[in-house]
Ligand binder design. Structure first.
Ligand code: ZN
Length: 130
């Protein structure tokens, strides 16, 4: 079964916690047990699982990636967003999370984040349930 979530981003770089939206789909469809594969099919956005409690963690991640992959550098890609492509590769675009008793089996502090690296844009997150 395939579902999708549409996210409108508002900044060039933005990490959006989509855990609640995914959990809502699981509840609406009454999925009790299995695997939820979350997939972002974009080339300048990614997906990661990390701390959702302290927003400073996302800010640190954003700052670190900006230092590691500067926007202005001697990139070959003519569109002008090569840094966003590199960050998306570093981040990855898919995770699989077990579902048990209707709940994503995330750790206490974990959240699932859409990572926008070339916004603002409208992004589609695909959810495959098996
Ligand atoms: Zn590009």
């Amino acid at each position: 079964m395939l579902e999708q979530i549409i996210i409108k981003t508002t900044k060039r770089t933005e990490f959006i916690d989509i855990t609640r939206k995914i959990q809502e789909v699981i509840a609406e469809r009454n999925y009790q047990q299995g695997l939820c594969t979350v997939y972002v099919h974009h080339t300048t956005a990614g997906l990661f699982i990390n701390e959702a409690a302290d927003p400073a963690v996302c800010k640190d991640l954003e700052n670190f990636l900006d230092r590691l992959v500067p926007w202005k550098a001697e990139w070959e890609h003519l569109e002008g967003n090569a840094a966003a492509h590199v960050k998306a590769v570093l981040c990855g675009n898919s995770h699989s999370i077990p579902i048990q008793e209707g709940k994503l089996q995330l750790g206490t502090w974990q959240g699932i984040f859409l990572a926008e690296f070339d916004g603002p844009r409208t992004r589609k997150v695909l959810l495959a349930f098996t």
